[in-house]
Design a protein around this ligand. Structure first.
Ligand SMILES: [Zn+2]
Ligand SMILES: [Zn+2]
Length: 346
């Protein structure tokens, strides 16, 4: 008899037919389980949503109180039965509240990881390894050239540049959810105690992290600061604002960008970034392959990013593997960059 498929790929996203739910659906559905609050995974308009408390809070913050019919929180490790299927959420180490979703029935376990990283991050619970039969992995940085290195060393590069140019402001492009708060926390871990200035678009999310107990130190809105106050300061903004009118308020800014893509020098040059910082919220090649191996999964499905290289690695190392061609992922955070090669450099 053919083995039952616990999850299947559909145009709306990963579906569990037995449980009657979807994971990170890209279209409105009756019941959605959501791994994390990045906009390509957490869309508005579902009838019922099951996610961690933080993911629900972030969704409401970003898409409104009425982003779904009902919102049900689930704690890490807690088991919930849905039509005879057991689901559990486990930390994914990607952003605050992010989870891998384990789906289990008749002794078979599938884990849909969402986006993840197996590297310490002071702003979210650490990635938890879950052994499984089928592992569904992202592949944003699924090429051997991607090795992110040590985020603390990248943070030191920024602090050294601030020490070297005390009259200039340092303007760092960051993704609004996850990277902004993590870079602030990394700076605090490195002993930097001065106020950090924010673009207005980053304020509410930073406040949410603080309300959830993440210490970010003194934060100020850049628009409320005078030009002399911004000399020698570090300011964070969405990546696009680094080169916009907004940046003119800063004295002779050093332009910086914190992303896994900064490993590629051409990308930094194209964006006219003086100080590229390789800090990523996605696993790098070593992280992806080590995690896949450690799950013990005999079968791997690969989604958004460099599917083919990772599928090839899986097959060459004796696993069954296939790419999941679900459209709609990768339009927020670092995954966005994969499809923006043609972006103008201005
Ligand atoms: Zn994400
Ligand atoms: Zn993603």
């Amino acid at each position: 008899m053919r083995r039952e498929d616990l999850l299947v790929a559909t145009p709306a996203g990963l579906c569990c037919p037995a449980g009657g739910f979807y994971i990170d659906p890209v279209r409105p559905v009756d019941k959605a389980l959501i791994t994390h609050a990045h906009s390509d995974h957490a869309r508005a308009g579902h009838r019922a949503v099951l996610a961690t408390l933080e993911t629900l809070g972030l969704m409401q913050l970003r898409c409104g109180e009425d982003c779904a019919g009902t919102l049900q929180p689930i704690g890490y490790g807690e088991a919930v039965e849905i039509n005879g299927v057991t689901v559990r959420f486990h930390p994914a180490g990607h952003v605050l509240g992010s989870a891998q979703i384990s789906v289990e029935r008749n002794g078979r376990r599938v884990v849909a990881s969402g986006d993840y990283k197996n590297v310490a991050d002071p702003t979210c619970a650490p990635f938890e390894l879950v052994r499984c039969d089928l592992f569904i992995t992202e592949a944003t940085f699924g090429l051997p050239v991607f090795r992110h290195g040590d985020p603390a060393a990248e943070t030191q590069k920024l602090l050294q540049s601030v020490a070297l140019f005390p009259e200039r402001a340092h303007l760092v492009g960051v993704y609004a959810l996850g990277k902004a708060q993590r870079l602030i926390a990394l700076l605090r871990q490195a002993g930097y105690t001065a106020p950090i200035y924010l673009h207005g678009a980053l304020e509410r999310l930073a406040q949410y992290y603080i309300a959830r107990g993440i210490d970010l130190g003194a934060l100020r809105l850049a628009r409320e600061a005078t030009k002399p106050e911004l000399a020698g300061a570090i300011a964070l903004c969405p990546p696009s604002a680094v080169k916009e009118l907004w940046s003119r308020r800063f004295p002779d800014p050093v332009t910086s960008f914190a992303s896994g893509w900064m490993r590629v020098r051409a990308r930094a040059r194209q964006r006219q970034i003086e100080l590229p910082l390789v800090i990523s919220d996605h696993a790098d090649w070593d992280g992806l392959t080590a995690t896949i191996a450690a799950t013990g999964a005999g079968e791997v499905w690969v989604t958004h990013g460099e599917e083919d290289a990772l599928v090839h690695w899986c097959v060459a190392s004796g696993r069954q593997a296939r790419p999941l061609r679900i459209l709609g992922y990768g339009d927020e955070d670092e995954a966005l960059e994969a499809s923006s090669n043609d972006e103008p450099a201005s």
